[in-house]
Design a protein around this ligand. Structure first.
Ligand code: TMP
Length: 215
């Protein structure tokens, strides 16, 4: 079925991973696979993706605040993003590739900072009822490896300055989410060479596309 058919929703893909996992490098891989299949693709990010969302992102990345404030701001930005960007694109038949989504809030604000998961899930039900990525890639690396990579970054934001212990909790939460929904998640070994990571993503996404188009 053609992705340009306005009556068929687009595919929703998100990428997740702790800071320093190499996720940003692989976003273009996902976009490239979809474009090679002649699909219309929108690349966007969270927090951000809208004018208000990008302003909220600035606050989140550089202003110190309580964990609950952080979680609420993530969902405030997400509300604008879902209503103004993600849903209209998907409904118009465009695929959406999102650099992080709600799984990141569960992992960072839930796993990392201890906000109860029920509260985060209640916000998710409010902000995007019934919307969940069709496919979530987790680029998985041990926090020690990520820390070594981040050490080379010159100006680190508030999250990138967190401890190895914090990232170990975030990673554990991501892996738990992935284990709970293996039909949605694809865990990729991010310690491999970037070309191998790219191969794994390409193979999995092509399978997802086949199943999606067969539905
Ligand atoms: P980025 O560096 O991948 O663009 O993400 C910005 C930071 O925001 C990253 O350190 C992870 C963090 N984050 C959360 O803590 N919760 C969220 O819900 C999202 C989307 C990002």
């Amino acid at each position: 079925m053609s992705a340009l058919n306005p009556y068929r929703p687009g595919l929703f893909v998100s990428l997740e991973g702790i800071d320093g996992a190499g996720k940003s490098t692989q976003l273009q891989t996902v976009v490239g696979v979809l474009q090679a299949a002649h699909r219309q693709v929108l690349l966007t990010r969270e927090p951000g993706g809208t004018e208000i969302g990008e302003k909220i992102r600035e606050l989140l990345l550089h202003q110190s605040m309580r964990a609950a404030t952080e979680a609420l701001l993530m969902f405030a930005a997400r509300q604008e993003h879902v209503l103004c960007v993600i849903e209209p694109a998907l409904l118009g038949g465009t695929d959406v590739v999102c650099d992080r989504f709600t799984a990141a809030t569960l992992a960072y604000q839930g796993g990392g900072k201890g906000i109860p998961v029920e509260r985060l899930q209640a916000l998710a039900r409010w902000v995007h009822p019934g919307l969940c990525p069709d496919c979530i890639f987790l680029i998985d690396v041990p926090p020690e490896v990520a820390a070594q990579r981040l050490a080379q970054t010159r100006r680190r934001d508030r999250f990138e300055q967190e401890s190895v212990d914090f990232f170990a909790r975030v990673r554990a939460n991501y892996l738990q989410q992935a284990a709970g929904a293996p039909e949605k998640w694809c865990v990729i070994d991010g310690t491999q060479a970037p070309s191998e990571v790219q191969k794994d993503i390409t193979n999995h996404l092509n399978k997802v596309l086949q199943e999606f188009d067969a539905k």
